[in-house]
Design a protein around this ligand. Structure first.
Ligand SMILES: [Zn+2]
Length: 340
């Protein structure tokens, strides 16, 4: 969701929807997303960079060519006693949430990622389990891509063995959390063809925020909406609009929460742009009309925006590397430099 996608969708919806909540964020910065592989990153390398402060090669997740190991923001938050949560509308074991809680050489190792994630102290993990379940269950017939895959009893057992309780409905989330809370909210598939799971992000956030806010030490929450990346790969304008609007709806929930909890810092960003979406008027400057153009169905090197509101937001201005976002978040939250 690069600056070009946000600005294009903002124009497309402005007449019916008004300005995006994103456009009300008081502080903005621009972030470079290149990986050690080159100018074009994948989600694993970019999420690893902002989760740990160290860039890596594409497809690596929390691992580096030099074999080094670095704590993630979620681990540092746990070390400080904060409540923690990782939420996504795609597979929980997909690269962006996994970068905060797993270390594998290749992002496709979904079962290993699942095992590592459920074994952490993170209070709440929420997302789909399809990729991990299909690899774990090894069904004899290939599951149809357009049919939901059932939530795996095998994974439920593995989660329980790691001391983590599996739920399927955000309404079942408790309203308080403590040091022993370790939940897995396993989402049914929203729409199998769309690679989307669970309720809208605004609903999950509304259910998770009271629980996290009950921790007197505060909380660190990461929530991902996958739809903007899917839209870019499909070069699908309607999906890009839907993805940005789902984000905007979730951001409004966060901003409402911030009104009652003014010590909350909110950041919105992306791990990279996909599609290079823009508007084009075919050179007709007398026309009010413009049509959507996509560069390709791949990731691009466009800068992504960082939109900030709340205490410490000023630290997120400027143009900087995705790895530097880690340092700025760590320092804004006064997290320790080591997890143990
Ligand atoms: Zn992608």
């Amino acid at each position: 969701m690069g600056v070009s996608m946000v600005s294009t969708v903002a124009e497309l919806v402005r007449a019916d929807h008004g300005p995006l909540a994103l456009e009300s964020m008081p502080v903005t910065g621009l972030m470079r997303t290149a990986s050690l592989t080159g100018p074009i990153t994948d989600s694993a390398a970019s999420a690893t960079a902002f989760a740990t402060g160290h860039k890596t090669t594409n497809r690596a997740l929390g691992t580096y060519p030099d074999g080094s190991r670095h704590p993630t923001l979620a681990e540092l938050a746990e070390a400080k006693g904060l409540a923690t949560a990782l939420l996504t509308t795609t597979d929980l074991t997909d690269a962006s949430p996994a970068a905060f809680a797993a270390r594998v050489a290749n992002r496709k190792e979904h079962v290993e990622i699942f095992e590592q994630m459920v074994a952490t102290d993170i209070d709440l993990l929420a997302g789909g389990l399809r990729s991990a379940a299909v690899r774990f269950d090894r069904p004899t017939t290939k599951p149809a891509a357009d049919k939901p895959y059932p939530i795996s009893d095998g994974l439920r057992t593995r989660a329980a063995a790691a001391g983590r309780l599996m739920l399927t409905d955000p309404a079942d989330l408790p309203t308080t959390t403590d040091d022993r809370t370790r939940l897995l909210l396993a989402y049914p598939e929203r729409s199998p063809l769309d690679d989307a799971f669970g309720p809208r992000t605004a609903a999950t956030l509304a259910a998770a925020l009271p629980m996290l806010a009950s921790d007197p030490d505060g909380f660190f929450l990461f929530a991902e909406i996958e739809e903007t990346d899917c839209a870019g790969h499909a070069m699908d304008t309607d999906r890009a609009v839907a993805g940005v609007l789902e984000l905007d709806e979730a951001l409004r929930v966060a901003l409402d929460f911030q009104k009652d909890h003014p010590d909350t810092l909110i950041l919105v960003t992306a791990d990279h742009d996909t599609g290079g979406m823009t508007l084009d008027n075919r050179g007709d400057y007398d026309s009010p009309r413009a049509e959507v153009l996509w560069i390709s169905g791949n990731h691009t090197a466009s800068l992504v925006g960082v939109y900030a509101a709340g205490p410490g937001a000023e630290a997120f201005t400027g143009v900087y590397e995705n790895a530097d976002l880690f340092t700025r978040i760590r320092d804004a939250l006064a997290l320790p430099h080591k997890a143990d």
